[in-house]
Design a protein around this ligand. Structure first.
Ligand code: GRF
Length: 218
């Protein structure tokens, strides 16, 4: 089987990118990162990619008059490299509906909360403020609405007494570094199927709608 051609979009640190790079070093992961693209020239993740011998590109959003033209350039770069799956890994730009639709079911994201709780930014501080006992991370296909889309997998992380947002973030980040590679491995192995908003792994529906359907009524 030809390895899945992956493109990773980043804006910063790139620790999830690093986890994906390491996953792809394992020949059992049928995927290869063909391009790492950042909207920021000083993103630490670019150095990680370069160290791994992966092609990088910087597309600075400030050089484009609007989001549509910025997204069109990213799209062009990804297609030029024959990218089949886009992984968002700390990419801090809102994508246009057109871009999201074009990459529908071929673009995934990692988010540092158990979606649908705590979409958006500052997830850990908000989880602590809400008294959440469980935090975690989610890998999901990307839909137009920010931090929504069919969930591929989640890893939960306990909130511990005395946690600060920083401590919780560090614990969740460790989970992210397991979950994102795990999701990539599943997709690259052809084990994930998306049907509308429903997810099947190894032919078994795992989405919430399946859970709701199987719950006894009354
Ligand atoms: C991670 O917490 C990820 O879940 C969120 O942005 C952060 C990126 O961190 N989307 P890194 O750049 O991968 O280290």
């Amino acid at each position: 089987m030809k390895p899945l051609a992956v493109g990773v979009l980043i804006s910063g640190r790139g620790s999830n990118l690093q986890a994906l790079i390491e996953a792809c070093r394992d020949p059992a992961t049928k995927a290869g990162i063909r391009l790492v693209l950042s909207n920021k020239a000083d993103a630490q993740g670019l150095a990680r990619a370069a160290a791994a011998g992966i092609e990088t590109a910087v597309v600075d959003h400030r050089n484009f008059p609007d989001r549509a033209r910025f997204d069109a350039e990213i799209d062009r770069r990804l297609r030029e490299k024959g990218i089949e799956l886009v992984c968002l890994a700390g990419f801090m730009r809102i994508l246009t509906d057109e871009f999201v639709d074009r990459w529908r079911d071929r673009m995934i994201n990692i988010h540092p909360s158990l979606l649908p709780a705590f979409r958006g930014l500052d997830t850990h501080a908000r989880a602590l403020a809400a008294g959440a006992k469980l935090a975690g991370c989610t890998v999901h296909y990307v839909r137009r609405e920010l931090d929504t889309g069919p969930i591929i997998l989640q890893e939960k992380v306990p909130v511990l007494p005395g946690d600060t947002a920083e401590r919780l973030a560090a614990r969740v980040l460790e989970a992210e570094h397991r979950a994102y590679p795990a999701a990539l491995r599943l997709i690259a192995a052809g084990r994930v199927r998306v049907e509308g908003e429903r997810i099947f792994i190894d032919g078994v529906e795992t989405s919430a709608s399946a859970a709701a359907a199987s719950r006894p009524s009354g």
